[in-house]
Structure formats: structure tokens, C-alpha cells
Design a protein. Structure first.
Length: 322
């Protein structure tokens, strides 16, 4: 046990997933600071599949749509899909400061092929150029557009799940809170993959993992400060910016929450699931032993990554069948 702290050393990484960390650190260091953002953004498209690759030799059709001057979406669906089909409203990650609606889209399109559903992935404005509430309001506008155009998109609005990873997981939780509080639209479920929920950045896991893995405590401070400025960590942060700030988690649709045991977001994600249960809600929680932030994306062939992906797919199959 570390002297003077209520926690010990960091949990060990899963050996198979950890094998890529040394190579990964050269491209995405654990500690990201604001001065690194231009370079990271310039390289953010590297390694992403092209649209031709996303279409998978005709298994998926992609189409871009403009929601407003500030918001656009890309829609992916299997051809000849029988409508109305279940839907995924997908929100990409990137710490609130990076990314496009193609980030993580390949996983969501795996669900589309496997389960026969439509994916709508939103492009939202990024901080610090566009601080809160711009990103979450953009995501909510895209969600409303998706429901309003469900008929032409071939989506059954009663079977629409909001999903996202990292910052996209936090934004997914936030738009689900917004939908509850604003009285529309109804959402069938929320799939929160290692979500970024708490701007206070003071949990034991943020301290344990400092300088380690992917997206450590310094990176987290960079992302939240870009979004919230001087308000970060203070008393007046909206739950629509940081869902961990929500006082009331009742009346929410079923949640799936997963996170690695060896990443900064571990404790805030576990706490969010616990508070949903305390409010009388439904949450399925997975803490993947030895998983670091984004392990399933960076080490997709590791057994732990395959297990995580399979668990998400099972939950989606069950939610869409209800």
C-alpha cells in the first residue's frame, strides 16, 4: 500500500493487450497537453479505415447528411435491410478535443452487419474552439434529427440505442439525461464504453494510472479544461457536461457500462453504474481485468478485447429484442 494514500500501486495490464502499448505510446502518449493538440489532430485520421473499407465490399451502404450548419451525420446500413430496423445513434470519442464521425464507426458497423440495424454517427463541434454546451447540444440535435427522420432512415424509433466510447460515452450519457429531462426523444438504451463522466479528475484510478496506459490524469485535465475552462472541477458544472454531476439518475433507459481495471475512468464508471442501481435503474457493468483505455481498439485481437466486444453485442441483441 502506498504511504499516505488509500490505494496501492496500479493494477497490472493484461499482458496480451499491453504488448502494443510501447508502440502506441510513440503515437499517443499517456499524458496529452494542450500544446500537442494540433499535431494530434493532424494525425487523427491515420489508421482509420477509409469509407471504401467501411463499406466492406457492399455489406454496408454509407451516406452523409447535413443536420444543421454545425452538425452532420453519416448513416451506415446493410443494403436491403428490412425496415423498420433497430438503430444505433453513435457518438465518437476523442477526449472532447479530437475525432470525427468515422472514429469508432467500424465497431458500430460490425453491430449493423451482425444484428441488422442502422447506425447514425454524429459529427459534433470540438473543444476548446467550441466549449460546453456546443458538443452536447450538437449531439442532442443529431439525436432529434435521427428520430424525426426515422421513417426515411428505416429505423424503428422505439428501438434506438445511444452509444459511444470515451468522450462519446460521456456525451451518450449526457444526451440520455437530456432526453429524459426534456421529455423527448425516448431512448431504448445507452451503451457507454469506458465513458468520460467526471470533470473533477480526483478518483483513485486517475491517480493510480498517472503517466500510464492511454489517456491518463494529465490528458483528462486537458480534455475537461478545453470543454469547461476555469469551471472545471468547480461547484457549478452541468450534468450535461459531466454526467457524474447528475444528482438524479432515475428514469433512465437500461445502461451497459464497461471499463478497464487499469485505466483512469474505472472508478467514475463503476460509481455511475452503482448510482443507477441505487436510483432503481438497470445497468450492466463490466470491468475488464487489465484493460487500459481503448484496449479493444488498440489491441483488437487480444482475448480480453474479443470478450468485451462479444459482451456488448449480447447486450445489444437483448435490448433490441425487448
Amino acid at each position: 500500500m502506498t504511504t499516505g494514500t488509500p490505494y496501492g500501486p496500479p493494477p497490472p495490464f493484461d499482458p496480451e493487450a499491453a504488448a502494443v502499448l510501447e508502440v502506441l505510446a510513440a503515437r499517443v502518449p499517456p499524458a496529452i497537453t494542450g500544446d500537442m493538440l494540433p499535431l494530434l489532430r493532424n494525425g487523427s485520421g491515420a489508421g482509420l479505415p477509409s469509407d471504401d473499407e467501411l463499406c466492406r465490399d457492399g455489406l454496408i451502404e454509407l451516406a452523409d447528411h447535413r443536420v444543421s450548419d454545425d452538425v452532420s451525420v453519416v448513416v451506415g446500413r446493410p443494403p436491403n435491410l428490412r425496415a423498420p430496423a433497430p438503430g444505433i445513434y453513435y457518438i465518437h470519442g476523442g477526449g472532447m478535443i479530437m475525432g470525427t464521425n468515422r472514429v469508432g464507426l467500424d465497431q458500430a458497423l460490425d453491430w449493423a452487419v451482425e444484428l441488422g440495424l442502422v447506425v447514425v454517427s454524429v459529427e459534433y463541434r470540438l473543444a476548446p474552439e467550441h466549449p460546453h454546451p456546443a458538443p452536447v447540444e450538437d449531439c442532442f440535435a443529431g439525436l432529434l434529427w435521427t428520430v424525426e427522420h426515422a421513417g426515411e432512415l428505416g429505423i424503428d424509433p422505439a428501438r434506438l440505442v445511444v452509444a459511444g466510447g470515451s468522450a462519446g460515452g460521456g456525451l451518450s450519457a449526457a444526451v440520455t439525461l437530456m432526453a429524459r429531462d426534456r421529455g423527448r426523444p425516448l431512448v431504448a438504451g445507452q451503451l457507454l464504453m469506458e465513458p468520460m463522466l467526471d470533470d473533477r479528475n480526483e478518483s483513485p484510478s486517475t491517480h493510480q494510472m498517472r503517466g500510464l496506459g492511454v489517456w491518463d490524469r494529465t490528458s483528462n485535465e486537458t480534455g475537461w479544461t478545453a470543454l469547461l475552462g476555469a469551471a472545471r472541477g468547480g461547484p457549478d458544472v452541468s450534468p450535461y457536461a459531466a454526467p457524474a454531476r447528475a444528482e438524479d439518475l432515475s428514469g433512465l433507459p437500461p445502461a451497459y457500462i464497461d471499463v478497464g481495471s487499469a485505466e483512469s475512468f474505472r472508478d467514475e464508471d463503476v460509481e455511475y453504474a452503482r448510482r443507477i442501481w441505487l436510483a432503481g435503474g438497470s445497468a450492466e457493468l463490466h470491468v475488464w481485468p487489465g484493460g487500459y483505455h481503448g484496449f479493444d481498439m488498440f489491441a483488437p485481437h487480444a482475448v480480453i478485447s474479443q470478450d468485451a466486444k462479444a459482451a456488448r453485442l449480447r447486450w445489444l441483441r437483448r435490448i433490441h429484442a425487448e
